[in-house]
Design a protein around this ligand. Sequence first.
Ligand SMILES: C[S@@+](CC[C@H](N)C(=O)[O-])C[C@H]1O[C@@H](n2cnc3c(N)ncnc32)[C@H](O)[C@@H]1O
Length: 297
Amino acid sequence: MHNRRAYVITTRRAHGAIRLPFGWGMGQVRGMLRPEILDYYARGGETDRLAEGSGRLEFLRTWDILTRALPSPPARILDVGGATGVYAAPLAEAGYDVRVVDPVPGHVAAANEIPGVTAVQGDARDLAEADSSADAVLLLGPLYHLPDRSDRLTAWREAARVARPGGVVAGAVISRFASLFDGVAKGYFAEPGFTGIVEGALADGVHRNDGNRLEWFTSAYFHRPEEVSAEATEAGLSGVRTLAVEGPVWIAGERLTDMLASPDLTVVMLDMLRRVEHEPSILGASSHLIAIGNAPG
Ligand SMILES: C[S@@+](CC[C@H](N)C(=O)[O-])C[C@H]1O[C@@H](n2cnc3c(N)ncnc32)[C@H](O)[C@@H]1O
């Protein structure tokens, strides 16, 4: 869809330029998000989370996967959990008609400022969109904030309902083992409370962070690799495949910033990670996984 090398350079402007009216209308979202999740996003971290280091790798790899999975533009894309429009912006720039759905008012306001993007407040479990009204539906975020499996299945089913028959549905999850690896890489195990959080996530997938340590993420569900395709398939999607987004190299953290500053090295890294994205032994070591399937019909 794109000249990948050119894209690596130009999309930096998708990050960081948006003013967020955080604090507006928070009362409306408490039914959709737990308070600590709302507080986490109200701090505005989604504006530049993917700008550098492992976040930049997450963005580039997600974009690489999307560009191969999505139909060619023009097409209508519903970006559920689209936050401030980090993917909606380049998708609109590429010629797609993009609509963002997100429960956080500040995210919706920011996404609405992007040319070619409309954004509305909403919940992945109860979309206001009509049946078969999108060529593709993205769930890049909601699934890891729904700890109950039944809620995740509802979100997948809603995405499948809104996608046209045969349309693409792509959902991102966080690996069950991500906090363990992150804690080692960043030295968090030396800090009180972190070991218990990881033990909890390893036991049942629920990452419980009710505190204010922003770098430990917020309350979330961490999937085993095999769980995500099982959920998507049970929700009615066909041909579901699961891809490792970053593979294990996200552990390199800030060193990735230097590497990704080089367009040549970036292209090499993206090519390498693409070669192992389906490798089962790599999936659990990736920070994020993306499952892609097709809506029934
Ligand atoms: C980590 S952000 C991901 C943002 C962006 N899609 C990305 O991949 O970088 C998770 C997003 O999911 C949204 N979210 C959480 N629960 C949701 C739900 N039940 N329905 C829709 N979006 C939800 C949050 O508000 C947040 O914007």
